[in-house]
Design a protein around this ligand. Structure first.
Ligand SMILES: [Zn+2]
Length: 323
Protein backbone atom coordinates (compact mmCIF):
# COMPACT_ATOMS: atom_id res chain seq x y z
CA UNK A 1 0.00 0.00 0.00
CA UNK A 2 1.08 3.54 -0.73
CA UNK A 3 1.86 5.13 2.63
CA UNK A 4 0.81 8.54 1.31
CA UNK A 5 -2.80 7.42 1.25
CA UNK A 6 -2.81 7.02 5.03
CA UNK A 7 -3.11 9.86 7.47
CA UNK A 8 -0.47 10.69 10.06
CA UNK A 9 -2.54 9.54 13.05
CA UNK A 10 -4.04 6.29 11.81
CA UNK A 11 -7.63 5.15 12.23
CA UNK A 12 -10.13 4.56 15.02
CA UNK A 13 -13.03 2.35 13.88
CA UNK A 14 -15.99 2.49 16.27
CA UNK A 15 -17.75 -0.67 15.06
CA UNK A 16 -17.13 -4.14 13.69
CA UNK A 17 -18.92 -7.45 14.13
CA UNK A 18 -15.90 -9.70 13.64
CA UNK A 19 -16.21 -11.37 17.06
CA UNK A 20 -18.73 -13.78 15.54
CA UNK A 21 -15.90 -15.27 13.52
CA UNK A 22 -13.92 -15.71 16.74
CA UNK A 23 -16.51 -18.23 17.98
CA UNK A 24 -15.71 -20.62 15.14
CA UNK A 25 -19.44 -20.84 14.36
CA UNK A 26 -18.96 -19.13 10.99
CA UNK A 27 -16.28 -21.48 9.71
CA UNK A 28 -12.52 -21.79 9.86
CA UNK A 29 -11.25 -18.35 10.83
CA UNK A 30 -7.80 -17.41 12.04
CA UNK A 31 -7.46 -13.85 13.35
CA UNK A 32 -3.67 -14.03 13.12
CA UNK A 33 -3.61 -14.74 9.40
CA UNK A 34 -5.05 -13.04 6.35
CA UNK A 35 -8.20 -14.87 5.33
CA UNK A 36 -11.04 -14.62 2.86
CA UNK A 37 -13.85 -15.39 5.24
CA UNK A 38 -14.12 -12.11 7.14
CA UNK A 39 -13.42 -8.46 6.35
CA UNK A 40 -11.08 -8.01 9.29
CA UNK A 41 -8.07 -9.84 10.70
CA UNK A 42 -4.89 -8.76 12.44
CA UNK A 43 -2.52 -8.56 9.43
CA UNK A 44 -5.02 -6.52 7.38
CA UNK A 45 -5.80 -4.20 10.32
CA UNK A 46 -2.10 -3.50 10.78
CA UNK A 47 -1.61 -2.86 7.07
CA UNK A 48 -4.57 -0.48 7.00
CA UNK A 49 -3.17 1.69 9.80
CA UNK A 50 -5.90 0.85 12.32
CA UNK A 51 -4.88 2.09 15.76
CA UNK A 52 -8.06 1.53 17.74
CA UNK A 53 -10.77 -1.01 16.94
CA UNK A 54 -14.08 -1.27 18.77
CA UNK A 55 -15.19 -4.92 18.84
CA UNK A 56 -18.94 -5.36 19.30
CA UNK A 57 -20.49 -8.32 21.07
CA UNK A 58 -23.70 -8.45 19.06
CA UNK A 59 -26.41 -10.60 20.58
CA UNK A 60 -28.44 -12.34 17.89
CA UNK A 61 -32.25 -12.16 18.22
CA UNK A 62 -32.57 -15.89 18.95
CA UNK A 63 -30.75 -15.34 22.26
CA UNK A 64 -33.12 -12.61 23.41
CA UNK A 65 -34.28 -12.08 25.98
CA UNK A 66 -33.66 -15.21 28.06
CA UNK A 67 -30.09 -16.03 27.01
CA UNK A 68 -28.76 -12.55 26.21
CA UNK A 69 -26.27 -12.40 29.06
CA UNK A 70 -25.19 -15.99 28.49
CA UNK A 71 -24.57 -15.22 24.81
CA UNK A 72 -22.57 -12.07 25.59
CA UNK A 73 -20.34 -14.10 27.92
CA UNK A 74 -19.83 -16.73 25.19
CA UNK A 75 -18.79 -13.99 22.75
CA UNK A 76 -16.54 -12.37 25.34
CA UNK A 77 -14.88 -15.73 25.98
CA UNK A 78 -14.33 -16.25 22.24
CA UNK A 79 -12.89 -12.74 22.03
CA UNK A 80 -10.35 -13.18 24.84
CA UNK A 81 -9.35 -16.66 23.68
CA UNK A 82 -8.68 -15.23 20.22
CA UNK A 83 -6.78 -12.08 21.13
CA UNK A 84 -4.77 -13.25 24.13
CA UNK A 85 -2.22 -15.12 22.00
CA UNK A 86 -1.46 -11.89 20.12
CA UNK A 87 -1.14 -9.41 22.97
CA UNK A 88 2.20 -8.26 21.64
CA UNK A 89 0.30 -6.89 18.60
CA UNK A 90 -3.18 -6.06 19.92
CA UNK A 91 -4.31 -5.33 23.45
CA UNK A 92 -7.66 -4.69 25.12
CA UNK A 93 -7.69 -1.27 26.72
CA UNK A 94 -9.57 -0.11 29.81
CA UNK A 95 -8.61 3.54 29.89
CA UNK A 96 -7.35 6.44 27.81
CA UNK A 97 -3.90 5.96 29.34
CA UNK A 98 -3.96 2.30 28.23
CA UNK A 99 -4.74 3.49 24.72
CA UNK A 100 -1.75 5.84 24.65
CA UNK A 101 0.58 3.19 26.03
CA UNK A 102 -0.62 0.47 23.65
CA UNK A 103 -0.44 2.72 20.59
CA UNK A 104 2.99 4.00 21.64
CA UNK A 105 4.16 0.40 21.77
CA UNK A 106 3.06 0.09 18.15
CA UNK A 107 0.09 -2.14 18.98
CA UNK A 108 -3.59 -1.91 18.11
CA UNK A 109 -5.90 -0.97 20.99
CA UNK A 110 -9.13 -2.98 21.23
CA UNK A 111 -12.23 -1.51 22.89
CA UNK A 112 -14.96 -3.96 23.94
CA UNK A 113 -18.57 -3.07 23.23
CA UNK A 114 -21.81 -4.83 24.07
CA UNK A 115 -24.37 -4.19 21.34
CA UNK A 116 -27.74 -4.43 23.04
CA UNK A 117 -28.74 -3.69 26.64
CA UNK A 118 -30.57 -7.05 26.78
CA UNK A 119 -27.27 -8.36 28.13
CA UNK A 120 -27.96 -6.63 31.44
CA UNK A 121 -31.20 -8.59 31.89
CA UNK A 122 -32.54 -5.65 33.88
CA UNK A 123 -29.77 -5.65 36.51
CA UNK A 124 -27.40 -2.76 37.21
CA UNK A 125 -25.10 -5.27 38.94
CA UNK A 126 -24.57 -6.98 35.56
CA UNK A 127 -23.51 -3.65 34.03
CA UNK A 128 -20.89 -3.22 36.76
CA UNK A 129 -19.62 -6.78 36.29
CA UNK A 130 -19.41 -6.38 32.50
CA UNK A 131 -17.32 -3.28 33.16
CA UNK A 132 -14.98 -5.40 35.30
CA UNK A 133 -14.72 -7.90 32.45
CA UNK A 134 -13.42 -5.14 30.21
CA UNK A 135 -16.55 -3.78 28.52
CA UNK A 136 -16.22 -0.02 28.04
CA UNK A 137 -19.08 0.74 25.61
CA UNK A 138 -22.75 -0.27 25.74
CA UNK A 139 -25.11 0.08 22.80
CA UNK A 140 -28.29 0.68 24.78
CA UNK A 141 -30.56 -1.11 22.32
CA UNK A 142 -30.52 -3.02 19.10
CA UNK A 143 -33.61 -2.60 16.91
CA UNK A 144 -36.06 -4.10 19.39
CA UNK A 145 -37.49 -2.78 22.66
CA UNK A 146 -35.62 -3.82 25.79
CA UNK A 147 -35.53 -2.98 29.52
CA UNK A 148 -33.62 0.24 28.79
CA UNK A 149 -35.44 1.81 25.84
CA UNK A 150 -37.04 1.21 22.45
CA UNK A 151 -34.88 0.44 19.45
CA UNK A 152 -35.59 2.00 16.05
CA UNK A 153 -37.81 -0.98 15.18
CA UNK A 154 -40.34 0.30 17.75
CA UNK A 155 -39.95 3.99 16.99
CA UNK A 156 -43.61 4.43 16.04
CA UNK A 157 -44.59 3.92 19.69
CA UNK A 158 -42.68 7.04 20.72
CA UNK A 159 -41.12 5.18 23.66
CA UNK A 160 -38.02 6.63 25.31
CA UNK A 161 -35.79 5.70 28.24
CA UNK A 162 -37.41 3.59 30.95
CA UNK A 163 -36.79 4.15 34.65
CA UNK A 164 -34.24 1.33 34.49
CA UNK A 165 -32.71 2.99 31.43
CA UNK A 166 -32.19 6.17 33.42
CA UNK A 167 -30.37 4.20 36.13
CA UNK A 168 -28.18 2.66 33.42
CA UNK A 169 -27.19 6.09 32.10
CA UNK A 170 -26.32 7.34 35.59
CA UNK A 171 -24.27 4.22 36.33
CA UNK A 172 -22.46 4.40 32.97
CA UNK A 173 -21.63 8.04 33.67
CA UNK A 174 -20.20 7.17 37.06
CA UNK A 175 -18.28 4.08 35.86
CA UNK A 176 -16.79 5.92 32.88
CA UNK A 177 -18.49 3.91 30.14
CA UNK A 178 -19.26 5.20 26.66
CA UNK A 179 -22.95 5.33 25.72
CA UNK A 180 -23.63 4.17 22.17
CA UNK A 181 -26.89 5.42 20.64
CA UNK A 182 -26.78 3.55 17.32
CA UNK A 183 -30.09 1.63 16.99
CA UNK A 184 -32.04 3.59 19.65
CA UNK A 185 -35.38 5.20 18.71
CA UNK A 186 -35.43 9.00 18.54
CA UNK A 187 -37.28 9.62 21.79
CA UNK A 188 -34.70 7.62 23.75
CA UNK A 189 -31.90 9.36 21.88
CA UNK A 190 -33.02 12.76 23.13
CA UNK A 191 -33.80 11.41 26.62
CA UNK A 192 -30.20 10.22 26.93
CA UNK A 193 -28.79 13.55 25.77
CA UNK A 194 -30.88 15.31 28.42
CA UNK A 195 -29.64 13.01 31.16
CA UNK A 196 -26.05 12.07 30.39
CA UNK A 197 -23.26 14.25 31.69
CA UNK A 198 -20.82 12.85 29.12
CA UNK A 199 -20.65 12.92 25.32
CA UNK A 200 -22.26 9.97 23.53
CA UNK A 201 -21.34 8.09 20.39
CA UNK A 202 -23.38 6.72 17.54
CA UNK A 203 -21.03 3.92 16.57
CA UNK A 204 -22.43 3.11 13.13
CA UNK A 205 -25.01 5.20 11.23
CA UNK A 206 -25.25 7.74 8.43
CA UNK A 207 -27.34 10.82 7.62
CA UNK A 208 -31.10 10.42 7.17
CA UNK A 209 -31.13 13.45 4.86
CA UNK A 210 -29.03 11.59 2.28
CA UNK A 211 -30.48 8.12 2.80
CA UNK A 212 -33.93 7.82 4.34
CA UNK A 213 -33.35 4.70 6.42
CA UNK A 214 -34.68 4.55 9.99
CA UNK A 215 -31.23 3.56 11.29
CA UNK A 216 -29.77 6.84 10.00
CA UNK A 217 -29.86 10.02 12.06
CA UNK A 218 -31.80 13.18 11.36
CA UNK A 219 -30.40 16.69 11.14
CA UNK A 220 -32.11 17.45 14.46
CA UNK A 221 -30.22 14.56 16.05
CA UNK A 222 -26.99 15.77 14.45
CA UNK A 223 -27.42 19.24 15.91
CA UNK A 224 -28.10 17.71 19.34
CA UNK A 225 -25.00 15.52 18.98
CA UNK A 226 -22.93 18.61 18.28
CA UNK A 227 -24.31 20.28 21.40
CA UNK A 228 -23.48 17.13 23.41
CA UNK A 229 -19.91 16.95 22.09
CA UNK A 230 -20.35 13.40 20.78
CA UNK A 231 -19.28 11.65 17.60
CA UNK A 232 -21.03 9.61 14.92
CA UNK A 233 -19.08 6.86 13.15
CA UNK A 234 -20.15 6.79 9.52
CA UNK A 235 -20.72 3.32 8.20
CA UNK A 236 -19.96 1.46 4.98
CA UNK A 237 -23.10 -0.70 5.17
CA UNK A 238 -24.71 -0.12 1.75
CA UNK A 239 -28.40 0.06 2.85
CA UNK A 240 -27.47 3.05 5.06
CA UNK A 241 -25.64 4.81 2.20
CA UNK A 242 -28.27 4.98 -0.52
CA UNK A 243 -31.43 3.17 -1.57
CA UNK A 244 -30.37 2.84 -5.21
CA UNK A 245 -26.71 3.76 -5.61
CA UNK A 246 -24.77 2.91 -2.46
CA UNK A 247 -21.28 3.76 -3.70
CA UNK A 248 -18.24 5.57 -2.29
CA UNK A 249 -19.24 8.92 -3.81
CA UNK A 250 -22.61 8.69 -2.09
CA UNK A 251 -20.90 7.82 1.21
CA UNK A 252 -18.74 10.92 0.79
CA UNK A 253 -21.96 12.94 0.49
CA UNK A 254 -22.87 11.73 4.00
CA UNK A 255 -19.52 12.95 5.32
CA UNK A 256 -20.02 16.35 3.70
CA UNK A 257 -23.58 16.66 4.96
CA UNK A 258 -22.71 15.74 8.54
CA UNK A 259 -19.67 18.03 8.50
CA UNK A 260 -22.03 20.82 7.43
CA UNK A 261 -24.77 20.15 9.99
CA UNK A 262 -22.82 18.90 13.03
CA UNK A 263 -19.33 20.14 12.21
CA UNK A 264 -16.02 18.45 11.54
CA UNK A 265 -15.47 17.70 15.25
CA UNK A 266 -18.34 15.21 15.42
CA UNK A 267 -17.53 12.88 12.54
CA UNK A 268 -15.81 9.54 12.72
CA UNK A 269 -15.93 6.14 11.08
CA UNK A 270 -17.67 2.98 12.28
CA UNK A 271 -17.24 0.58 9.38
CA UNK A 272 -19.59 -2.25 10.44
CA UNK A 273 -17.15 -4.72 8.87
CA UNK A 274 -18.38 -8.29 9.26
CA UNK A 275 -21.86 -7.04 10.11
CA UNK A 276 -22.96 -6.43 6.52
CA UNK A 277 -24.56 -9.77 5.68
CA UNK A 278 -22.52 -9.96 2.50
CA UNK A 279 -23.70 -6.54 1.24
CA UNK A 280 -20.27 -4.94 1.02
CA UNK A 281 -19.70 -1.50 -0.43
CA UNK A 282 -18.37 -1.75 -3.96
CA UNK A 283 -14.63 -1.08 -3.99
CA UNK A 284 -14.21 -1.21 -0.22
CA UNK A 285 -14.49 -4.91 0.35
CA UNK A 286 -12.49 -5.08 3.55
CA UNK A 287 -10.33 -3.16 5.98
CA UNK A 288 -7.38 -3.10 3.58
CA UNK A 289 -9.36 -0.85 1.18
CA UNK A 290 -9.97 1.91 3.75
CA UNK A 291 -7.31 4.06 2.09
CA UNK A 292 -9.83 4.54 -0.75
CA UNK A 293 -12.17 6.24 1.70
CA UNK A 294 -9.29 8.46 2.87
CA UNK A 295 -8.47 9.39 -0.73
CA UNK A 296 -12.15 10.06 -1.39
CA UNK A 297 -12.31 12.47 1.55
CA UNK A 298 -9.22 14.26 0.23
CA UNK A 299 -10.86 14.53 -3.19
CA UNK A 300 -13.80 16.33 -1.53
CA UNK A 301 -11.46 18.95 -0.11
CA UNK A 302 -11.11 17.72 3.46
CA UNK A 303 -7.74 18.99 4.75
CA UNK A 304 -5.18 16.75 6.47
CA UNK A 305 -6.15 18.24 9.83
CA UNK A 306 -9.81 17.41 9.09
CA UNK A 307 -8.89 13.85 8.13
CA UNK A 308 -7.00 13.38 11.37
CA UNK A 309 -10.09 14.52 13.28
CA UNK A 310 -12.48 12.28 11.33
CA UNK A 311 -10.31 9.19 11.38
CA UNK A 312 -8.78 9.50 14.82
CA UNK A 313 -8.95 12.56 17.03
CA UNK A 314 -12.70 12.95 17.44
CA UNK A 315 -13.22 9.50 18.92
CA UNK A 316 -9.98 9.92 20.88
CA UNK A 317 -11.44 13.05 22.49
CA UNK A 318 -14.52 11.14 23.67
CA UNK A 319 -12.42 8.22 24.94
CA UNK A 320 -10.18 10.66 26.82
CA UNK A 321 -13.11 12.46 28.40
CA UNK A 322 -14.92 9.30 29.52
CA UNK A 323 -12.31 6.57 30.04
ZN1 LIG B 1 -25.50 -2.63 14.63
Amino acid sequence: MNKKTLTSKGIIDSHCDTVHYFTGEMGEYDFLNTNNLAQLDLPRMEAAGLKVQFFALYIEPEYKPAKALNRSIQLLDAFYRTVEPCYERLEVIHSYNDLLRVNNQGKIAAVLTVEGGEALEGEIAVLRMLFRLGIRVLGLTWNQRNEIADGVGERQTGGGLTRFGKKVIKEMNSLGMIIDLAHIAEKGFFDVLMLSNTPVIISHANARKICNHHRNITDQQLRALKENGGVVGLTLYPPFIHEKTPNLEMLLNHFEHIAEVAGINHLGIGTDFDGMEGKTLEGIYDVSSLHLLVEGLRSRGFKESDLNKILFENFLRVIKEIM
